[in-house]
Design a protein around this ligand. Structure first.
Ligand SMILES: NC(=O)c1ccc[n+]([C@@H]2O[C@H](COP(=O)([O-])OP(=O)(O)OC[C@H]3O[C@@H](n4cnc5c(N)ncnc54)[C@H](O)[C@@H]3O)[C@@H](O)[C@H]2O)c1
Length: 478
Protein backbone atom coordinates (compact mmCIF):
# COMPACT_ATOMS: atom_id res chain seq x y z
CA UNK A 1 0.00 0.00 0.00
CA UNK A 2 1.52 3.40 -0.99
CA UNK A 3 2.51 5.80 1.75
CA UNK A 4 -0.09 8.56 1.84
CA UNK A 5 0.67 11.81 3.67
CA UNK A 6 -0.88 11.63 7.11
CA UNK A 7 -2.70 12.55 9.25
CA UNK A 8 -4.23 15.44 7.31
CA UNK A 9 -3.97 17.21 4.02
CA UNK A 10 -2.41 20.67 4.39
CA UNK A 11 -1.43 21.53 0.79
CA UNK A 12 -3.40 20.83 -2.32
CA UNK A 13 -3.19 22.13 -5.85
CA UNK A 14 -5.49 22.19 -8.83
CA UNK A 15 -4.07 22.03 -12.34
CA UNK A 16 -6.39 23.96 -14.64
CA UNK A 17 -7.74 27.40 -13.72
CA UNK A 18 -10.92 27.23 -15.78
CA UNK A 19 -14.67 27.11 -15.14
CA UNK A 20 -14.16 24.07 -12.91
CA UNK A 21 -10.70 24.53 -11.39
CA UNK A 22 -11.21 28.16 -10.33
CA UNK A 23 -14.58 27.90 -8.53
CA UNK A 24 -13.85 24.45 -7.05
CA UNK A 25 -10.59 25.65 -5.52
CA UNK A 26 -12.24 28.82 -4.24
CA UNK A 27 -14.91 26.82 -2.39
CA UNK A 28 -12.35 24.42 -0.91
CA UNK A 29 -10.21 27.32 0.33
CA UNK A 30 -13.26 29.01 1.84
CA UNK A 31 -14.36 25.90 3.70
CA UNK A 32 -10.95 24.54 4.66
CA UNK A 33 -9.00 27.44 6.18
CA UNK A 34 -6.18 25.16 7.30
CA UNK A 35 -5.49 23.94 3.76
CA UNK A 36 -3.36 25.93 1.33
CA UNK A 37 -4.93 25.72 -2.14
CA UNK A 38 -2.87 26.66 -5.19
CA UNK A 39 -4.45 26.82 -8.63
CA UNK A 40 -2.00 26.53 -11.52
CA UNK A 41 -2.30 26.87 -15.27
CA UNK A 42 -0.08 27.24 -18.31
CA UNK A 43 -2.15 30.25 -19.39
CA UNK A 44 -0.39 33.20 -17.75
CA UNK A 45 -3.09 35.66 -18.84
CA UNK A 46 -5.76 33.59 -17.14
CA UNK A 47 -3.73 33.30 -13.93
CA UNK A 48 -3.13 37.03 -13.90
CA UNK A 49 -6.89 37.63 -14.28
CA UNK A 50 -7.63 35.31 -11.33
CA UNK A 51 -5.24 37.44 -9.29
CA UNK A 52 -7.33 40.55 -10.09
CA UNK A 53 -10.76 39.96 -8.50
CA UNK A 54 -12.27 42.92 -10.35
CA UNK A 55 -11.47 41.27 -13.71
CA UNK A 56 -11.89 37.53 -13.15
CA UNK A 57 -11.51 35.42 -16.32
CA UNK A 58 -14.97 33.88 -15.85
CA UNK A 59 -18.28 35.20 -14.58
CA UNK A 60 -20.09 33.22 -11.88
CA UNK A 61 -22.57 34.80 -9.47
CA UNK A 62 -21.03 35.01 -5.97
CA UNK A 63 -17.54 34.00 -7.05
CA UNK A 64 -15.86 37.39 -6.93
CA UNK A 65 -16.64 37.87 -3.22
CA UNK A 66 -15.13 34.48 -2.34
CA UNK A 67 -11.99 35.16 -4.35
CA UNK A 68 -11.60 38.57 -2.70
CA UNK A 69 -11.85 36.96 0.76
CA UNK A 70 -9.51 34.05 0.15
CA UNK A 71 -6.96 35.38 -2.32
CA UNK A 72 -3.43 35.23 -0.91
CA UNK A 73 -4.83 34.00 2.43
CA UNK A 74 -5.08 30.29 1.60
CA UNK A 75 -5.93 30.55 -2.10
CA UNK A 76 -3.19 31.23 -4.62
CA UNK A 77 -3.11 31.38 -8.41
CA UNK A 78 0.22 30.73 -10.07
CA UNK A 79 1.95 29.61 -13.25
CA UNK A 80 4.63 27.80 -11.24
CA UNK A 81 3.12 24.38 -11.78
CA UNK A 82 6.11 22.35 -10.65
CA UNK A 83 6.39 24.14 -7.31
CA UNK A 84 2.67 23.64 -6.60
CA UNK A 85 2.89 19.96 -7.50
CA UNK A 86 5.97 19.45 -5.34
CA UNK A 87 4.44 20.94 -2.21
CA UNK A 88 0.98 19.34 -2.52
CA UNK A 89 -0.18 16.10 -0.96
CA UNK A 90 -3.27 15.98 -3.13
CA UNK A 91 -3.58 17.23 -6.71
CA UNK A 92 -6.76 17.84 -8.69
CA UNK A 93 -6.49 17.61 -12.47
CA UNK A 94 -9.15 19.95 -13.92
CA UNK A 95 -7.85 20.62 -17.42
CA UNK A 96 -9.97 20.65 -20.55
CA UNK A 97 -10.88 17.43 -22.37
CA UNK A 98 -12.38 18.55 -25.71
CA UNK A 99 -13.86 16.14 -28.25
CA UNK A 100 -11.31 14.57 -30.58
CA UNK A 101 -13.27 14.88 -33.79
CA UNK A 102 -16.39 16.43 -35.27
CA UNK A 103 -19.51 14.35 -34.70
CA UNK A 104 -20.59 12.39 -37.76
CA UNK A 105 -24.37 12.76 -37.89
CA UNK A 106 -24.81 9.81 -40.23
CA UNK A 107 -27.58 7.62 -38.78
CA UNK A 108 -26.60 4.46 -40.67
CA UNK A 109 -25.04 2.81 -37.64
CA UNK A 110 -21.51 3.74 -38.65
CA UNK A 111 -19.14 5.07 -36.05
CA UNK A 112 -20.06 8.58 -34.86
CA UNK A 113 -19.60 10.50 -31.65
CA UNK A 114 -16.15 11.49 -30.54
CA UNK A 115 -13.66 10.29 -28.01
CA UNK A 116 -12.24 12.93 -25.68
CA UNK A 117 -8.84 14.49 -26.28
CA UNK A 118 -6.97 13.44 -23.15
CA UNK A 119 -3.64 14.94 -24.10
CA UNK A 120 -3.82 17.68 -21.43
CA UNK A 121 -4.74 15.13 -18.72
CA UNK A 122 -1.90 12.81 -19.72
CA UNK A 123 0.54 15.72 -19.91
CA UNK A 124 -0.40 16.62 -16.34
CA UNK A 125 0.08 13.01 -15.19
CA UNK A 126 3.56 12.89 -16.72
CA UNK A 127 4.51 16.21 -15.21
CA UNK A 128 3.29 15.20 -11.76
CA UNK A 129 5.27 11.97 -11.92
CA UNK A 130 8.47 13.68 -13.08
CA UNK A 131 8.29 16.48 -10.50
CA UNK A 132 7.10 14.59 -7.41
CA UNK A 133 9.62 13.53 -4.79
CA UNK A 134 6.93 12.35 -2.37
CA UNK A 135 3.85 10.13 -2.71
CA UNK A 136 0.61 11.89 -3.64
CA UNK A 137 -3.09 11.44 -4.25
CA UNK A 138 -4.14 12.39 -7.77
CA UNK A 139 -7.77 13.36 -8.24
CA UNK A 140 -9.31 13.26 -11.69
CA UNK A 141 -11.73 16.21 -11.80
CA UNK A 142 -11.88 16.60 -15.58
CA UNK A 143 -14.67 14.72 -17.34
CA UNK A 144 -13.06 11.72 -19.02
CA UNK A 145 -14.08 8.50 -20.75
CA UNK A 146 -14.37 5.36 -18.64
CA UNK A 147 -11.01 3.78 -17.91
CA UNK A 148 -9.00 7.01 -17.98
CA UNK A 149 -8.01 6.84 -14.33
CA UNK A 150 -6.35 3.49 -15.04
CA UNK A 151 -4.39 5.09 -17.89
CA UNK A 152 -3.44 8.02 -15.64
CA UNK A 153 -2.27 5.52 -13.02
CA UNK A 154 -0.14 3.72 -15.62
CA UNK A 155 1.55 6.95 -16.72
CA UNK A 156 2.20 8.00 -13.13
CA UNK A 157 3.76 4.65 -12.40
CA UNK A 158 5.85 4.66 -15.58
CA UNK A 159 7.45 8.05 -14.92
CA UNK A 160 7.53 8.01 -11.10
CA UNK A 161 10.82 8.47 -9.27
CA UNK A 162 11.86 5.52 -7.22
CA UNK A 163 10.01 5.19 -3.92
CA UNK A 164 7.29 7.66 -4.97
CA UNK A 165 3.80 6.25 -5.27
CA UNK A 166 0.49 7.62 -6.42
CA UNK A 167 -3.13 6.75 -5.81
CA UNK A 168 -5.64 7.91 -8.40
CA UNK A 169 -9.20 8.84 -7.50
CA UNK A 170 -12.01 9.84 -9.81
CA UNK A 171 -14.01 12.78 -8.48
CA UNK A 172 -16.16 14.08 -11.37
CA UNK A 173 -17.55 17.58 -11.13
CA UNK A 174 -21.29 18.21 -11.47
CA UNK A 175 -21.37 22.00 -11.17
CA UNK A 176 -23.47 23.90 -13.64
CA UNK A 177 -22.19 27.16 -15.08
CA UNK A 178 -24.24 30.09 -13.82
CA UNK A 179 -24.89 28.38 -10.47
CA UNK A 180 -21.38 27.00 -9.85
CA UNK A 181 -20.93 28.58 -6.42
CA UNK A 182 -24.26 27.28 -5.14
CA UNK A 183 -23.70 23.86 -6.70
CA UNK A 184 -20.24 23.53 -5.13
CA UNK A 185 -21.33 24.85 -1.75
CA UNK A 186 -24.43 22.62 -1.61
CA UNK A 187 -23.75 19.66 -3.88
CA UNK A 188 -26.49 17.06 -4.32
CA UNK A 189 -23.69 14.51 -4.12
CA UNK A 190 -19.93 14.16 -4.26
CA UNK A 191 -18.78 11.06 -6.11
CA UNK A 192 -15.45 9.49 -5.25
CA UNK A 193 -14.35 6.57 -7.39
CA UNK A 194 -11.32 4.46 -6.72
CA UNK A 195 -9.77 1.15 -7.66
CA UNK A 196 -11.38 -1.26 -5.22
CA UNK A 197 -8.17 -2.90 -4.01
CA UNK A 198 -6.52 0.38 -2.94
CA UNK A 199 -9.64 2.27 -2.02
CA UNK A 200 -9.79 3.21 1.56
CA UNK A 201 -6.88 5.42 2.53
CA UNK A 202 -6.85 7.87 -0.40
CA UNK A 203 -10.64 8.03 -0.32
CA UNK A 204 -10.57 8.99 3.34
CA UNK A 205 -8.19 11.87 2.60
CA UNK A 206 -10.44 13.27 -0.11
CA UNK A 207 -13.50 12.72 2.07
CA UNK A 208 -11.71 14.62 4.83
CA UNK A 209 -11.62 17.70 2.58
CA UNK A 210 -15.26 17.49 1.52
CA UNK A 211 -16.52 16.76 5.02
CA UNK A 212 -15.59 20.32 5.99
CA UNK A 213 -18.86 21.41 4.36
CA UNK A 214 -20.64 18.48 2.68
CA UNK A 215 -22.87 16.20 4.80
CA UNK A 216 -21.34 12.71 5.00
CA UNK A 217 -24.41 11.04 3.49
CA UNK A 218 -23.91 13.07 0.30
CA UNK A 219 -20.45 11.67 -0.28
CA UNK A 220 -20.82 8.52 -2.34
CA UNK A 221 -17.94 6.14 -2.96
CA UNK A 222 -17.81 3.68 -5.83
CA UNK A 223 -15.44 2.08 -8.32
CA UNK A 224 -13.48 4.27 -10.75
CA UNK A 225 -15.40 2.89 -13.72
CA UNK A 226 -18.74 3.66 -12.11
CA UNK A 227 -17.63 7.16 -11.12
CA UNK A 228 -16.45 8.00 -14.64
CA UNK A 229 -19.62 6.60 -16.19
CA UNK A 230 -21.84 8.39 -13.64
CA UNK A 231 -20.57 11.74 -14.93
CA UNK A 232 -21.24 10.92 -18.58
CA UNK A 233 -24.59 9.34 -17.70
CA UNK A 234 -25.74 12.34 -15.64
CA UNK A 235 -25.07 14.78 -18.46
CA UNK A 236 -26.64 12.41 -20.98
CA UNK A 237 -29.81 12.13 -18.88
CA UNK A 238 -30.05 15.90 -18.46
CA UNK A 239 -29.46 16.51 -22.17
CA UNK A 240 -32.06 13.85 -22.95
CA UNK A 241 -34.67 15.76 -20.93
CA UNK A 242 -33.86 18.93 -22.85
CA UNK A 243 -34.19 17.14 -26.18
CA UNK A 244 -37.40 15.43 -25.02
CA UNK A 245 -39.15 18.68 -24.15
CA UNK A 246 -37.78 20.33 -27.29
CA UNK A 247 -39.14 17.53 -29.46
CA UNK A 248 -42.54 18.12 -27.86
CA UNK A 249 -42.24 21.86 -28.52
CA UNK A 250 -42.15 21.11 -32.26
CA UNK A 251 -45.32 19.08 -31.84
CA UNK A 252 -46.97 21.92 -29.89
CA UNK A 253 -46.28 24.37 -32.71
CA UNK A 254 -47.94 22.05 -35.23
CA UNK A 255 -50.90 21.21 -32.99
CA UNK A 256 -51.59 24.65 -31.55
CA UNK A 257 -50.71 23.51 -28.03
CA UNK A 258 -48.42 25.47 -25.70
CA UNK A 259 -45.22 23.77 -24.51
CA UNK A 260 -45.16 25.80 -21.28
CA UNK A 261 -48.57 24.41 -20.33
CA UNK A 262 -47.57 20.89 -21.34
CA UNK A 263 -44.30 21.10 -19.40
CA UNK A 264 -46.11 22.41 -16.35
CA UNK A 265 -48.67 19.64 -16.54
CA UNK A 266 -46.03 16.94 -16.96
CA UNK A 267 -43.64 18.39 -14.38
CA UNK A 268 -46.37 18.45 -11.74
CA UNK A 269 -46.15 14.65 -11.70
CA UNK A 270 -43.71 13.93 -8.89
CA UNK A 271 -42.33 10.96 -10.83
CA UNK A 272 -41.28 13.34 -13.61
CA UNK A 273 -40.52 16.62 -11.81
CA UNK A 274 -40.27 20.06 -13.39
CA UNK A 275 -36.50 20.56 -13.74
CA UNK A 276 -34.96 20.68 -17.20
CA UNK A 277 -38.38 20.80 -18.85
CA UNK A 278 -38.10 24.29 -20.33
CA UNK A 279 -38.27 24.40 -24.11
CA UNK A 280 -35.40 26.35 -25.61
CA UNK A 281 -33.11 26.68 -28.60
CA UNK A 282 -31.35 23.54 -27.42
CA UNK A 283 -28.42 22.86 -25.15
CA UNK A 284 -24.94 24.25 -25.69
CA UNK A 285 -21.84 24.77 -23.59
CA UNK A 286 -18.68 22.78 -23.33
CA UNK A 287 -20.14 19.69 -21.65
CA UNK A 288 -23.41 18.20 -22.95
CA UNK A 289 -22.31 17.79 -26.59
CA UNK A 290 -18.88 16.54 -25.63
CA UNK A 291 -20.07 14.10 -22.99
CA UNK A 292 -22.90 12.75 -25.13
CA UNK A 293 -20.63 12.22 -28.08
CA UNK A 294 -18.13 10.54 -25.78
CA UNK A 295 -20.92 8.22 -24.60
CA UNK A 296 -21.98 7.47 -28.18
CA UNK A 297 -18.36 6.74 -29.06
CA UNK A 298 -18.04 4.43 -26.05
CA UNK A 299 -21.22 2.52 -26.99
CA UNK A 300 -20.06 2.16 -30.59
CA UNK A 301 -16.65 0.97 -29.40
CA UNK A 302 -18.38 -1.75 -27.40
CA UNK A 303 -20.57 -2.65 -30.41
CA UNK A 304 -23.69 -1.56 -28.57
CA UNK A 305 -25.14 0.03 -31.70
CA UNK A 306 -28.78 0.39 -30.52
CA UNK A 307 -27.55 2.08 -27.34
CA UNK A 308 -25.30 4.40 -29.36
CA UNK A 309 -28.25 5.17 -31.68
CA UNK A 310 -30.43 6.02 -28.73
CA UNK A 311 -28.03 8.62 -27.28
CA UNK A 312 -27.03 9.89 -30.71
CA UNK A 313 -30.65 10.82 -31.31
CA UNK A 314 -30.49 13.24 -28.36
CA UNK A 315 -27.75 15.12 -30.21
CA UNK A 316 -29.64 15.07 -33.50
CA UNK A 317 -32.79 16.40 -31.83
CA UNK A 318 -30.75 19.24 -30.38
CA UNK A 319 -29.46 20.27 -33.79
CA UNK A 320 -32.96 20.01 -35.24
CA UNK A 321 -34.31 22.34 -32.55
CA UNK A 322 -31.81 25.14 -33.16
CA UNK A 323 -32.05 24.89 -36.89
CA UNK A 324 -35.85 24.84 -37.02
CA UNK A 325 -36.01 27.98 -34.85
CA UNK A 326 -33.74 29.80 -37.32
CA UNK A 327 -35.91 28.52 -40.19
CA UNK A 328 -39.03 29.75 -38.45
CA UNK A 329 -37.62 33.27 -38.35
CA UNK A 330 -36.60 33.07 -42.00
CA UNK A 331 -40.01 31.81 -43.08
CA UNK A 332 -41.85 34.54 -41.13
CA UNK A 333 -39.96 37.66 -42.21
CA UNK A 334 -37.65 38.66 -45.02
CA UNK A 335 -34.38 39.35 -43.23
CA UNK A 336 -32.30 40.36 -46.26
CA UNK A 337 -30.96 43.82 -45.52
CA UNK A 338 -32.99 44.02 -42.29
CA UNK A 339 -31.51 44.72 -38.91
CA UNK A 340 -32.26 42.06 -36.31
CA UNK A 341 -31.64 42.56 -32.58
CA UNK A 342 -30.25 39.42 -30.94
CA UNK A 343 -30.72 39.36 -27.18
CA UNK A 344 -28.31 37.02 -25.43
CA UNK A 345 -25.38 35.05 -26.77
CA UNK A 346 -24.13 32.94 -23.82
CA UNK A 347 -25.09 29.27 -24.03
CA UNK A 348 -27.26 29.83 -20.96
CA UNK A 349 -28.14 32.60 -18.53
CA UNK A 350 -25.82 33.32 -15.59
CA UNK A 351 -22.57 32.77 -17.46
CA UNK A 352 -20.32 34.60 -19.90
CA UNK A 353 -19.44 31.30 -21.58
CA UNK A 354 -20.38 31.11 -25.24
CA UNK A 355 -18.69 27.81 -26.08
CA UNK A 356 -20.94 25.83 -28.39
CA UNK A 357 -23.80 28.27 -27.87
CA UNK A 358 -26.89 27.67 -30.05
CA UNK A 359 -26.92 31.45 -30.56
CA UNK A 360 -23.99 31.12 -32.99
CA UNK A 361 -25.93 28.82 -35.27
CA UNK A 362 -29.03 31.01 -35.33
CA UNK A 363 -26.97 34.16 -35.89
CA UNK A 364 -24.97 32.56 -38.69
CA UNK A 365 -28.14 31.43 -40.46
CA UNK A 366 -29.54 34.95 -40.23
CA UNK A 367 -26.28 36.44 -41.52
CA UNK A 368 -26.19 33.97 -44.38
CA UNK A 369 -29.71 35.07 -45.31
CA UNK A 370 -28.49 38.67 -45.51
CA UNK A 371 -29.50 40.08 -42.11
CA UNK A 372 -27.53 42.68 -40.19
CA UNK A 373 -27.30 41.83 -36.50
CA UNK A 374 -27.06 43.96 -33.37
CA UNK A 375 -26.19 41.64 -30.50
CA UNK A 376 -26.44 42.27 -26.78
CA UNK A 377 -25.35 39.91 -24.01
CA UNK A 378 -24.79 41.08 -20.43
CA UNK A 379 -21.70 38.93 -19.86
CA UNK A 380 -20.15 37.61 -23.07
CA UNK A 381 -17.29 39.92 -24.12
CA UNK A 382 -17.81 41.70 -27.45
CA UNK A 383 -14.67 40.27 -29.03
CA UNK A 384 -15.84 36.70 -28.24
CA UNK A 385 -19.15 37.35 -29.98
CA UNK A 386 -17.51 38.88 -33.01
CA UNK A 387 -14.88 36.22 -33.37
CA UNK A 388 -17.53 33.50 -33.20
CA UNK A 389 -19.68 35.14 -35.87
CA UNK A 390 -17.00 36.15 -38.31
CA UNK A 391 -13.94 34.50 -39.69
CA UNK A 392 -12.06 37.76 -39.43
CA UNK A 393 -9.76 38.72 -36.58
CA UNK A 394 -11.46 41.57 -34.80
CA UNK A 395 -10.62 43.98 -32.09
CA UNK A 396 -13.05 45.37 -29.60
CA UNK A 397 -13.39 49.12 -30.09
CA UNK A 398 -14.54 49.81 -26.54
CA UNK A 399 -15.07 47.93 -23.30
CA UNK A 400 -18.15 46.12 -24.54
CA UNK A 401 -18.97 47.63 -27.86
CA UNK A 402 -17.53 46.77 -31.25
CA UNK A 403 -18.44 46.60 -34.91
CA UNK A 404 -17.30 44.53 -37.84
CA UNK A 405 -18.45 44.19 -41.44
CA UNK A 406 -18.45 40.79 -43.09
CA UNK A 407 -19.10 41.42 -46.77
CA UNK A 408 -22.74 42.41 -47.08
CA UNK A 409 -23.40 41.19 -43.55
CA UNK A 410 -22.91 43.32 -40.53
CA UNK A 411 -22.59 42.46 -36.86
CA UNK A 412 -22.48 45.06 -34.13
CA UNK A 413 -22.24 44.31 -30.43
CA UNK A 414 -24.12 46.66 -28.13
CA UNK A 415 -23.74 47.39 -24.45
CA UNK A 416 -27.49 47.69 -23.69
CA UNK A 417 -30.56 45.78 -24.83
CA UNK A 418 -32.43 48.92 -25.94
CA UNK A 419 -29.43 50.01 -27.99
CA UNK A 420 -29.53 46.68 -29.84
CA UNK A 421 -33.30 46.93 -30.39
CA UNK A 422 -33.37 50.53 -31.63
CA UNK A 423 -34.32 50.56 -35.31
CA UNK A 424 -34.37 46.76 -35.58
CA UNK A 425 -37.15 45.07 -37.56
CA UNK A 426 -37.24 42.12 -35.20
CA UNK A 427 -35.96 40.98 -31.83
CA UNK A 428 -34.69 37.44 -31.37
CA UNK A 429 -34.27 36.12 -27.81
CA UNK A 430 -31.37 33.68 -27.75
CA UNK A 431 -30.47 33.33 -24.06
CA UNK A 432 -32.88 33.34 -21.10
CA UNK A 433 -31.32 36.22 -19.17
CA UNK A 434 -33.98 37.33 -16.63
CA UNK A 435 -33.25 41.01 -17.37
CA UNK A 436 -34.93 40.62 -20.78
CA UNK A 437 -38.28 40.35 -18.99
CA UNK A 438 -37.70 43.81 -17.52
CA UNK A 439 -36.93 45.61 -20.78
CA UNK A 440 -39.18 48.62 -21.31
CA UNK A 441 -40.90 46.99 -24.28
CA UNK A 442 -43.24 49.93 -24.81
CA UNK A 443 -40.24 52.21 -25.30
CA UNK A 444 -38.51 49.56 -27.41
CA UNK A 445 -41.51 49.29 -29.77
CA UNK A 446 -41.47 53.04 -30.39
CA UNK A 447 -37.94 52.77 -31.81
CA UNK A 448 -38.84 49.92 -34.19
CA UNK A 449 -40.51 50.05 -37.63
CA UNK A 450 -44.14 48.96 -38.11
CA UNK A 451 -44.90 45.22 -37.86
CA UNK A 452 -42.14 44.65 -35.32
CA UNK A 453 -41.58 40.97 -34.54
CA UNK A 454 -40.30 39.21 -31.44
CA UNK A 455 -38.99 35.66 -31.85
CA UNK A 456 -38.76 34.24 -28.35
CA UNK A 457 -36.36 31.31 -28.62
CA UNK A 458 -36.46 30.77 -24.87
CA UNK A 459 -40.26 31.03 -24.40
CA UNK A 460 -39.55 33.40 -21.52
CA UNK A 461 -41.35 36.69 -22.22
CA UNK A 462 -44.91 37.76 -21.40
CA UNK A 463 -46.38 37.18 -24.85
CA UNK A 464 -49.88 38.41 -24.09
CA UNK A 465 -48.53 41.74 -22.90
CA UNK A 466 -46.21 42.09 -25.89
CA UNK A 467 -49.06 41.33 -28.30
CA UNK A 468 -51.25 43.93 -26.60
CA UNK A 469 -48.47 46.46 -27.13
CA UNK A 470 -48.52 45.64 -30.83
CA UNK A 471 -45.65 43.17 -31.31
CA UNK A 472 -46.03 40.16 -33.61
CA UNK A 473 -44.85 37.38 -31.30
CA UNK A 474 -43.47 34.02 -32.42
CA UNK A 475 -42.44 31.77 -29.55
CA UNK A 476 -40.70 28.46 -29.23
CA UNK A 477 -43.29 25.76 -28.58
CA UNK A 478 -46.39 27.81 -29.25
N1 LIG B 1 -17.41 23.93 -17.56
C1 LIG B 1 -18.26 23.15 -16.92
O1 LIG B 1 -19.42 23.54 -16.66
C2 LIG B 1 -17.85 21.78 -16.45
C3 LIG B 1 -18.65 21.11 -15.49
C4 LIG B 1 -18.25 19.85 -15.06
C5 LIG B 1 -17.11 19.26 -15.59
N2 LIG B 1 -16.38 19.92 -16.54
C6 LIG B 1 -15.16 19.27 -17.05
O2 LIG B 1 -14.05 19.82 -16.35
C7 LIG B 1 -12.91 19.91 -17.23
C8 LIG B 1 -12.43 21.36 -17.29
O3 LIG B 1 -13.47 22.14 -17.85
P1 LIG B 1 -13.41 23.73 -17.84
O4 LIG B 1 -14.72 24.20 -18.37
O5 LIG B 1 -12.94 24.21 -16.52
O6 LIG B 1 -12.26 23.98 -18.94
P2 LIG B 1 -11.53 25.34 -19.26
O7 LIG B 1 -11.17 25.27 -20.69
O8 LIG B 1 -12.32 26.50 -18.76
O9 LIG B 1 -10.21 25.29 -18.35
C9 LIG B 1 -9.20 24.35 -18.51
C10 LIG B 1 -7.89 25.00 -18.15
O10 LIG B 1 -6.87 24.00 -18.19
C11 LIG B 1 -5.68 24.62 -18.63
N3 LIG B 1 -4.75 23.62 -19.12
C12 LIG B 1 -4.87 22.82 -20.21
N4 LIG B 1 -3.82 22.00 -20.29
C13 LIG B 1 -3.02 22.27 -19.24
C14 LIG B 1 -1.79 21.73 -18.79
N5 LIG B 1 -1.19 20.73 -19.44
N6 LIG B 1 -1.24 22.24 -17.67
C15 LIG B 1 -1.84 23.24 -17.00
N7 LIG B 1 -3.02 23.78 -17.37
C16 LIG B 1 -3.60 23.30 -18.49
C17 LIG B 1 -6.15 25.57 -19.71
O11 LIG B 1 -5.18 26.59 -19.95
C18 LIG B 1 -7.45 26.10 -19.12
O12 LIG B 1 -7.25 27.31 -18.40
C19 LIG B 1 -13.38 19.34 -18.57
O13 LIG B 1 -13.05 17.99 -18.62
C20 LIG B 1 -14.89 19.52 -18.51
O14 LIG B 1 -15.55 18.58 -19.30
C21 LIG B 1 -16.71 21.17 -16.97
Amino acid sequence: MPQIPSPQITHICCIGAGYVGGPTSAIISQNCPSIKVTVVDTDAKRISAWNSPAALPIYEPGLEAIIRNQLNINLFFSTDIDKAIAESQLIFIAVNTPPLEIIDTDCSGRRRGAGADLSAVMECAQRIARVSTSSKIIVEKSTVPCGTSHEVGDILQKYARSGVQFQVLSNPEFLSEGTAVRDLQHPDRVIIGSALQTASEAQEHLKYIYKHWVPADRIITMSQWSAELTKLASNALLAQRVSSINSLSALCESLGADIKEVARGCGADSRIGGDFLRASLGFGGSCFHKDLSSLVWLCDSLRLTPVADYWHQVLLMNEFQTSRFAQRILSTINVRGARIACLGFAFKEGTGDARNTPATRVCRELLTAGARLSVYDPKVPADHILSMLTEEAVESTAANSARVDVGYNCVSVCSRALEAIEGAQAVVVLTAWPEFRCINWEQALQTMPALAHIFDGQAMLDHEYLQKLGFQVVSMGK
